[in-house]
Design a protein. Sequence first.
Length: 211
Amino acid sequence: MDAVRWSLVVPAKRLGAAKTRLAPLTGGGPGLHADLVLALLADTVAAARDCAAVADVLVVTDDARAAAIVRALGARTVPDEPDRGLNPALAHGARASGGDAVAALSSDLPALRPAELAAALAAAGIAPRCFVADAAGTGTTLLTAAGVPLDPRFGRDSAAAHAGAGAVPLDGGWPGLRRDVDTPADLAAAVRLGVGTATAALLPRVPRPAA
């Protein structure tokens, strides 16, 4: 039996609206802040593209810079035609992917390892819909759907929302997959795990985040 290969959908907000809680670290200006958001996205997409279990990466974005960066990494893009927020964008991307096995992946996982992602996707075979909670245990970094609609419920307390909707939590030890970056402390934790090349190259410009 052939191994399942997944279509991954990654959302990328317009840069001006993305990662506002990192503004204390970047100053919130259009230069460094946008560059950091793009670096997080680039490292996430690069790790996903290097994962043997992933057939395709589709980034849903209306931002031209984000689209150009992920296309250079081998991802496809579609515009956020619903333009109604994160969950409609992910549902749109899932439909546009054309795959039977689809996963939504957070765009801010600079410490993600391809092997971690492959292990989580393999574990997702236990149920039609599964999810990986973030390091805090309340959010979601990966949501999978095989042969069923994705039904994304990202946002505050999304882990509980996904579990309440019937998705099965996956409990593997995947620190890079669980380490999304919303705050300066999150970035410090990701750096300790080891970040990808895009984020690493930007770190000399970023004030040292508090541990």
